[in-house]
Each structure stands twice: as C-alpha cells, then as structure tokens.
Write a protein that binds this ligand. Structure first.
Ligand code: HEM
Ligand SMILES: *[C@@H]1O[C@H](CO)[C@@H](O)[C@H](O)[C@H]1NC(C)=O
Ligand SMILES: *[C@@H]1O[C@H](CO)[C@@H](O)[C@H](O)[C@H]1NC(C)=O
Ligand SMILES: *[C@@H]1O[C@H](CO)[C@@H](O)[C@H](O)[C@H]1NC(C)=O
Ligand SMILES: *[C@@H]1O[C@H](CO)[C@@H](O)[C@H](O)[C@H]1NC(C)=O
Length: 326
C-alpha cells in the first residue's frame, strides 16, 4: 500500500504531460475546428476579443505553467488569479473560453482541457487577425488550484524596463528574441490609461513625461488620459489594433509605443536591433513569434491535473478519488 502510494506520488510528480500536435485526433477530431469556429464568431461580435483571448495564454503559462489556473473563480478557501494586480479590471473575454468549452463538452465531454483551449484559441485569434498560423502541441491538464500570490509575484508591470523583462523571461528559458517577438502580441488590442499615466506625467518619479514618447503621440495620449482622469479609458496598443502585423515595431521605432514596457524595447540597446529587424521584416517577426508561443506553451508545473468540466471550477469528487486519477 505504502509502495503503491509512493509510486502514484512519483508518477504525479513526473506528470508533466507529453504534448503532441493532433493530441485529440482520435478522442475529439472536431476539437480544433470547433475552437476556431467559436473564436471567429466571437471576433465578429467583438473584434477585440481576439487580443483579450490571446493575452490569456501569457497570463496562464507564466504562472505555474499552462494549466488554466487563470480561469478558476475565487472560492471561500482559494484566492484565484483573476483579481491579481495584473489581471483585475484588465483580463477579459473569459466568456469566450466558456463558450468554446460548452461547445466541446456537447461533442466530446470531459476530453479537451481548458488549458489546451487557451492554447488553441490564442493561436486562432492570431491567425484570424492576419497573423501567422501554426500547429499547436496539446495534451495539457487543468490545475486543481490557482494562486493570486504567485500571479502578483510573477506578472510584469507595464512600468517594467527591458532589462527587467529580459531577466523575467530568462527565468522561463525564453530568450531576448522570444521577449521581443512575444511583445509583438501588442500588435492587437488595447490598454488602459491606468497603465500609462505614470509615463505621461511622472516617469520614474521625475515629475516629467517619458522623453522617449514622440511629441505628437504624447499630445494624443495626454488628451486620452488626462492626469486624474478615468483610468479605465482605453487606447490602442498600436496604430492597427485589429490587425496582427509588424506595425507595433514600426510604432516603437517612431516613439509611438503605448506601454513603457513596449517603448523600452527600442530605447534599450540590448533589444533595439531586434525591434528594428522586426519593423522591417514582418516574416522574421512572425517566425520568431510562433517559436515564442510554442516555447511559452510548453511551460508546465509538473503538478497533477484533470480535465475540468467547467473551466471556472475544479471538478468536485470524493477525496479518496484523488489518487486514482492519472
Ligand atoms: C513583456 C511583458 C509584457 C507586459 C509588461 C505586458 C503588459 C500588458 C499591459 C499592461 C496591457 C494592458 C492592460 C491594461 O491596461 O488593462 C497588455 C495588454 C495585452 N497584452 Fe501584454 N504584456 C507583456 C507581454 C505580453 C505577451 C507575451 C502577450 C501574449 C503573447 C501579451 C498579450 C497582450 C495582449 C493581446 C493585450 C491586449 C489585450 C486586450 O485588448 O484585451 N502581452 N499587456
Ligand atoms: C530597470 O528596472 C529595474 C527593476 O525595476 C531597476 O532595478 C533597474 O535600475 C532598471 N534599469 C534601468 C537601466 O533603468
Ligand atoms: C529551463 O531549462 C533548464 C535546463 O534545461 C531546466 O532545468 C529548467 O527546468 C527550465 N526551466 C523552465 C521554467 O522551463
Ligand atoms: C512623482 O513620483 C514620485 C516618486 O514616486 C513622487 O514622490 C512625486 O510626488 C510624484 N510627483 C508628482 C507630480 O506626482
Ligand atoms: C475601473 O472600473 C472598475 C469596475 O467598474 C473599478 O472597480 C475600478 O476602480 C476602475 N479602475 C480605475 C483605474 O479607475
């Protein structure tokens, strides 16, 4: 009995799932089609949902691996990640994931994990916005828990500079090129005034705006985000916020990056040449972006997991069952 328990525990420890393209080809052959279909309908309703869904992959994978921990609602005994510093009043489109899950449960119940849905839907959001398309590896399990504290400790602030971001990404074995390419995800979507007022009015406590902002663009941002204005007002992250393209990098070169964490990739010497390269060569950006998304999608905690029936809650079951699941 004791040996059995040890064995089960050790397999649980080593349970970093083996990820494969076409993982559901036998168990749920329609899965990838269904995900893309719901994602595309959602974008017709609200184009921004592409950006909002794609962002979920970053905020899920960096916090204890790609395990859909992000999607768990708070419970009386667990503070989840939805209300963490970077996520509160900011992450959105959880309902698109719910809708995808519902469609999948109708066709193949309890087969496709919420963690894999995030990965597929993010890929589809990019492809449907004019960006690259790629094969995703699948077979992730959903976490049994979530941690607001871990999210607070890990997720970067919009104030972060390039060297801090390089350090953060290196902790996940993501290179400088991965960082710059993945930041190109800000080619779509919006950010809040809350995320940029410091750089408009008091960059690094200087009482002055960030000198890297191009003056005309700053005038525009000042109007959108007046000092002590509504922090929830949003602005475009690049000049073509519904099109996944390399406009983001062109904007950085001309001082029109929205977030400090964006513009710093151009002002910092260690990342500038990559920003320039991607601004001139969209296909090199797409190639590096796909590589980065795949590497980020490989992050796993090694903890035991399950296939959730509802992405917002852990499946409930008798405590004794806990060791009988692989
Ligand atoms: C490099 C470090 C990063 C920082 C500091 C950062 C920070 C931010 C911030 C502050 C916002 C705006 C949030 C708000 O104001 O409510 C944002 C939006 C966004 N981020 Fe990032 N981000 C980073 C990397 C990434 C990565 C790696 C991805 C995905 C691969 C991503 C995808 C997005 C998308 C798509 C949006 C727009 C979401 C929407 O319109 O709803 N970001 N990010
Ligand atoms: C970047 O940010 C880190 C952490 O906030 C800080 O310690 C460092 O001095 C900054 N580096 C530069 C070059 O501004
Ligand atoms: C990074 O790579 C090292 C060496 O291959 C490995 O030991 C470590 O677990 C990796 N870290 C992450 C977060 O994947
Ligand atoms: C700017 O920030 C610094 C440091 O955070 C603070 O001491 C100062 O009061 C701020 N200035 C203004 C004008 O808000
Ligand atoms: C944005 O709106 C939310 C919910 O309506 C509110 O709780 C929050 O304080 C607002 N945030 C800012 C920065 O104004």
């Amino acid at each position: 009995m004791c040996l059995l328990l040890l064995y089960l525990l050790s397999t649980a420890m080593a349970s970093a799932a083996h990820l494969l393209p076409g993982f559901y080809s036998k168990t749920c052959p329609q899965a990838e089609f269904i995900v893309r279909d719901v994602m595309s309908k959602s974008m017709v309703r609200e184009p921004r949902s592409a950006a909002s869904v794609m962002r979920l992959q970053f905020h899920d994978c960096f916090v204890n691996g790609c395990d859909a921990s992000l999607l768990l609602d708070d419970t009386p005994t667990m503070l989840g990640e939805k209300l963490s510093l970077s996520n509160i009043n900011s992450l959105r489109s959880y309902e698109v994931i719910d809708e995808i899950k519902e469609a999948l449960e109708k066709v193949c119940p309890e087969v496709v994990s919420c963690a894999d849905i995030i990965i597929m839907a993010s890929r589809d959001a990019v492809a449907l916005s004019g960006g690259p398309n790629w094969k995703v590896k699948l077979g992730r399990k959903d976490s049994l828990t979530a941690s607001q504290e871990d999210s607070n400790n890990i997720m970067p602030s919009p104030r972060a500079n390039a060297s801090a971001l390089i350090d953060l990404f290196s902790k996940f074995n993501l290179s400088v090129e991965d960082l710059v390419a993945l930041s190109g995800s800000h080619s779509i979507g919006k950010g809040r005034c809350f995320s940029i007022v410091f750089r408009l009015y008091n960059q690094s406590g200087t009482g002055r705006p960030d000198p890297a902002i191009e003056p005309k663009y700053r005038e525009k941002l000042d109007k959108l985000c007046p000092l002590k204005g509504d922090g929830n007002v949003t602005g475009d992250l690049d000049a073509t916020p519904q099109m996944f393209d390399n406009q983001y990098f062109k904007d950085l070169v001309s001082g029109r990056g929205f977030l400090n964490s964006d513009e710093t990739l151009f002002t910092y010497g260690g990342t500038r040449s990559l920003v320039k390269k991607f601004s001139k060569d969209q296909s090199s950006f797409f190639k590096a972006f796909v590589e980065g998304m795949i590497k980020m999608g490989d992050l796993q905690s090694g903890r035991r997991g399950e296939i959730r029936r509802n992405c917002r809650v852990v499946n409930s079951r008798p405590a004794m069952d806990v060791f009988s699941e692989s």
